[in-house]
Design a binder for this molecule. Sequence first.
Ligand code: ZN
Length: 446
Amino acid sequence: MVRAGQLVVRTTLLFSVLAFGQASVPGAPSIPPSVEQSAAGPAFDIRAAVDAYLAKMPPAQRARSDAYFEGGYWLILWDFLSTVLVMWLLLHFRWSARMRDLAERLTRLRPLQTVLYWVQFFVVVSVLTFPLSVYEGYFREHKYGLLNQSFGPWMRDQLVGLGVGVVLGAILMVPLFGLVRRLGRSWWVWGATLMIAFAAFVSLIEPVYIAPLFNKYTTLTDARIKGPILSMARANGIPATDVYEFDASRQSNRVSANVSGFAGTLRISLNDNLLKRCTLPEIETTMGHEMGHYVLNHEYKGLVMFGVVIVIGFAFLNWGINFSLARWGEQWDVRGITDVAVLPLAVIVFSVYMFLMTPVTNTISRNMEYEADLYGLNAAQQPDGEANVDMLLGEYRKLDPGPIEEFIFYDHPSGRTRITAAMRWKAEHPQSANEDEVARPLFEAK
Ligand SMILES: [Zn+2]
């Protein structure tokens, strides 16, 4: 699950690649239930078992969750269009050129000029996109009952995110423009390499320096939960001290866990909602999923796969910038690709690319999430716990989409896909059945 990253990501699409740092990657090849192979005998109907789980959510709540998630499809479009519009304003009215001029007046040092331009750019863009951000992140979340924060604490998180974006962006922009100036035409190859290294860097520092700015992280202490988790960690060859708990309830009631960090900072974290709302089998299966990300090296695989997306994106970026500057460069008072004032154009071109790549990046993520699901089923052997957790995730992710919808929009498998995998696993491992989990009501009718 993407946490702190999402705040950074919102304003500049250049940053959308950061999202891969947090390896909550879901993806699901379609899985036809194979009732015939059921070791539980003909009595266990996988499809009926899946439907019974889906029926745990009252219809009104289901409709609300669907509406929330489907609205998110449109937000992808509105975010894209608003980014393009804001960037176009910066170019058309030459605000970008003026920010560059101001930076040049303040210092002669080029790296410092880049930093000064970036600070102005990031703050102005954040202000211009604020109405959409506040609708998406605050009012809309409240409307669907998914946010616990009042405006003050929410705004505080936004400002912290702005600060993080200013600092991280500067760390990226200075060497990036340095490369463009020194390397000329081949800049994009090394630019993409730098971008990938930067993403790994952000992922490395995220759990230690960024995530704690938004939530309090403590090591998990409850022995009844810690014991079984550490035992499962040892069974899967995972360093046994790496389980953290964080106060996600500060922001919402969403159940979630994640793997974050990289190399030395890699860690598994559970949120307090999961601990409060879930039974031990449910927590175990969730941890099995997260351990799957760890053991299957999803951080590294993600870096490689998203790396390919980034390299192609930078080739497109190079072409798009040169194409546009030849036509409108003078009109915008942008001197060339080495001029920092080109940044809004770069964001437009890269946003177009990332917008078109949405199904690709979602599928990369979704496939890894599905792998982690299967790993979790094998590790925890709690298919009914897994189905219940999948239902709880259905509070904010539409449970039963069509296949094309899932392919395009889902960065995690849908509830139906995940529960089908769990029930197929249960059918073939009948000793794993847990009647308490089957009977457990998850939602109060509202
Ligand atoms: Zn995951």
